[in-house]
Design a protein around this ligand. Sequence first.
Ligand code: ARG
Length: 463
Amino acid sequence: MAKLASGRVTEKSSELLDKFNASLLFDKKLYAEDIEGSVAHATMLAKQGILTNEELEDIRKGLAQIKEEIESDRFTFDIADEDIHMAIEKRLTEIIGDTGKKLHTARSRNDQVALDFRLYVQKNTRKIQNRLLKLEAVLLNIAKAHIDTLLPGMTHLQHAQPINFAYHMLAYMSMFKRDIERLESAYERNNFSPIGCAALAGTPYNIDRQQTSNALGFEAPTINCLDTVSDRDFALDILYNIAVIMTHISRLAEELIIWSSSEFNFITLSDAYSTSSSIMPQKKNPDVPELLRGKTGRVYGNLIALLTVLKGLPLAYNKDMQEDKEGVFDSVETALISIEILTAALDTMQVNKEAMEKACKTGHLSATDLADYLVSKCGMPFRDAYKLTGAIVVEAQKMEVDLSEMPFEILKAMAPCIEEDVLEYLDLRHSMNARNSQGGTSTASTQAQIEQFEKWLLEYAAV
Ligand code: ARG
């Protein structure tokens, strides 16, 4: 194949090499970033007197035309061009002639790809943050509607203490809030411009990296070019951040799956986000949360793959690094659609309050409250109170009643210090509201948490 850049290598490359060597089929996704970077670079070159203004105009027009061609599917992608950078440069030279060949002055594909990929990661960091903010808004709405909906709080997937459903949703809000903030810190850490670093050592041309950095919306140019062309930490950051997001999503997905089973029946996923079985006509399957849980695996794989590619690479650019992109594209796309569909599934699900409340009546959820009662009203040491409560729970099991519905006389017979007011303590809603410490599950505390999240969301959206 005839090459735009056939310097040292003069013989035609084999088709097999073209196929093996090319990143074009996947890095064409970076066309907009590539053109944006080239316009900024050419503008800087003209300002520095390295290109004339007419040359800059031609380059700009040519690049605008290429953008249009790509967006209207009229651009011919030829893998012999290797990557999107060469494909665009070749087409530019076809359109505007020799001036097109001047665009690559004072740059290399090494800083070009570092720039394009970083711009992609920065843009998509913002997109993921925005999707997470929408998810947060839906979680907050559900929370607001369920401040008084009792739910068995669990540890070890065993009934533990009564909580409310809002409180449970706010636990997920906390996770996604950290995710949004983690993305923010990655955005800031990586917001430095690679362009102008050239191949690895900078360039003898009198370039102005500050100018390209400003034009592209970065905070400043990177400090050391050798690092810049070999750095893919920004890619690792987004892969890790997405891995954590998907971990959170898969935990919620798992709960949605369990809750929608007929054993629990705590929620009903809307038909629009459920599927049916091809053979069992009665079935309604939670494919959405199952896929969310499953997709977490590939996202972890993408992180481990890039860590492994980068491990042990000598400075600076090595072709191994071309393997950096597909995993990132895949993780970004997986995260975007996963957050979107989770948001929709939550927004349309039905919360079965009665089933949740009924479930609270099994498992003796107010046992801790009885022990606390024995401590505070009877002055018993906690360990003794714990033991006695255990015995009362065994009795309740024998009688097949929940502790919250145990007849007073039986309680009194087993613990004579108990008074009538114990029934209030054993009441499930009372138990939930008793946990009124900061960050606890009581309605008042949950309400305060809702207000904190609401304030944070408003502030975040305003920035
Ligand atoms: N296609 C390459 C990549 O994605 C672009 C950089 C190539 N640089 C080089 N010196 N061959 O990594």
